[in-house]
Design a protein around this ligand. Structure first.
Ligand code: GLN
Length: 460
């Protein structure tokens, strides 16, 4: 990570990043550019450096913030109309930790509204374009963050991953994207999607940058009771011996419905691992085929609950044409949510309603337990698992946006990790013949994040 010093000032780094952000404006990456705020912070850091004072590990490093992270800088809208006009009085724990180390937020990035989606086409502000092909989607939901790193505007960007929203856009744009073990980074101050699977993570260009960001951002937070004690910095025991690792490949994920380029990328990496002396084993994980169905019941149920707070009274947008309170709620929610948000609220309330709870939610919750156990079993047989992130590389803009099931199917290989709480690191793995990036994910047992990042260098 290029930090500021006496010769390369923070102001220089920030100005360069802002210039690049403007240069790539047609990609629709940012929902807000923090020009004044970023320059002001850069000058403060430069003054400290000039005085010879100690500066943080990210001194002057410009970064991009996904629009669902709260901070008083810019409107935090989660790219949703219903949050337009909302400026947060609080700062997310992750943001505070990064900025305490000197990182400088240059802008908020575009995303599917409330992080519901896999293409960033469900943003109120319109889609972000793919970094390698402007006719293709950026992936989602953290599309803006992935493209900001891929186009080299910033060295890193934040993301959230509830069911693939970091790993899939990372792989669609050829960068690294980590979904950590559930509970590694505090969710305090991040707009909730599905609280039992939401994870905070990053996009970077190298595994070393990812490691540094994890060292800084991870750790227990009294404001998020699901955070784990800081294993990331305090548990050298999690480091595995990389000289000979056992890597599992999931048999069911290698079939005709997976894009040939992705299958070939997986084959190439398997050969690379073998040539380096690692052992590759095939895994049977039959329960994973239920992950997508379970995810699209559990997650909408949590969404329906988390989105019930947007009433037109407390945050952001309020419909003006309401004659009474009931109409105010109804009109604000009808006008303020995107169709995909509404679809999930309806599915969520349906699967939780009396008479349907046992048939849907309870069954999905049981399937989730089996998936957790399936991963535990797999990690008794191998150290890490290598799989595709998604069945296809970046698809065309407009291709799936009116077909929710086709869009959900893109999440086939990413959601089981969130249900199980295990970490996954998307790594770049070459390109298709047409020049579209291909990605794979390295999956590890809970709390193996540090060794997972380290081991990913074997695949570079
Ligand atoms: N694409 C998935 C969904 O739409 C994942 C979203 C996410 O991780 N935020 O639910």
């Amino acid at each position: 990570m290029k930090t500021a010093n006496k010769t390369v000032t923070a102001e220089r780094l920030v100005r360069d990043a802002l210039e690049k952000a403007k240069h790539f404006a047609d990609y629709n990456i940012f929902t807000f550019i923090n020009e004044e705020g970023a320059l002001e912070k850069a000058r403060e850091i430069d003054a400290k450096i000039a005085r010879g004072e100690k500066v943080g590990r990210l001194a002057g490093v410009p970064y991009a913030l996904k629009d669902n992270f709260l901070s008083p800088k810019g409107e935090a809208t989660a790219s949703a109309h219903i949050l337009e006009g909302f400026t947060s009085p609080i700062t997310a724990t992750a943001v505070k930790k990064l900025e305490d180390e000197g990182a400088i937020m240059i802008g908020r990035t575009n995303m599917d509204a409330f992080a519901h989606g896999s293409s960033t086409e469900s943003s109120y502000f319109g889609p972000t374009l793919n970094s390698h092909n402007k006719e293709r989607v950026a992936g989602g939901s953290s599309g803006g963050s992935a493209v900001a790193v891929a186009l080299d505007i910033v060295e890193f960007a934040t993301g959230t991953d509830t069911g693939g929203s970091i790993r899939q856009p990372a792989s669609f744009n050829g960068v690294y994207g980590l979904k950590p073990t559930y509970g590694t980074i505090s969710r305090y101050g991040v707009v909730a999607m599905a609280s039992s699977t939401d994870c905070i993570g990053f996009f970077t260009k190298t595994p070393d940058d990812m490691d540094l960001l994890m060292e800084i951002a991870s750790g227990q937070d009294p404001k998020d009771l699901t955070t784990l004690p800081d294993y990331y910095n305090n548990n050298p025991g999690t480091e595995s011996d990389d000289s000979c690792a056992k890597i599992g490949i999931i048999k069911d994920f290698d079939n005709e419905s997976v894009h040939p380029g992705i299958r070939q990328a997986l084959k190439n990496k398997v050969e690379l691992l073998k040539s380096k002396g690692h052992e590759v084993v095939e895994l049977e994980m039959p329960t994973l085929k239920y992950a997508l169905a379970a995810y699209y019941i559990i997650v909408p149920a949590e969404i329906a609950s988390n989105l019930s707070r947007y009433d037109g009274v407390r945050y952001g947008f309020r419909s003006e044409k309401s004659e009474n309170l009931e109409a105010l709620y109804k009109n604000t929610r009808s006008e303020g949510f995107m169709p995909e948000n509404k679809r999930r609220i309806m599915i969520g309330n349906f699967v939780l309603s009396s008479g349907f709870y046992d048939a849907y939610f309870l069954k999905a919750a049981k399937a989730r337990t089996l998936i957790v156990k399936e991963y535990e079993k797999a990690f008794r047989e191998c150290d890490f698992i290598l799989t595709p992130v998604s069945p296809n590389p970046a698809f065309k803009l407009g291709e799936k946006v009116n077909d929710p099931v086709a869009m959900y199917l893109e999440d086939l290989m990413s959601v089981s990790l969130n249900l199980a709480g295990v970490p996954g690191l998307a790594i770049p793995a070459g390109e298709t013949k047409e020049g579209l990036p291909l990605g794979l994910q390295l999956v590890g047992p809970r709390r193996s994040d540090k060794s997972l990042i380290k081991f990913s260098k074997e695949l570079a």
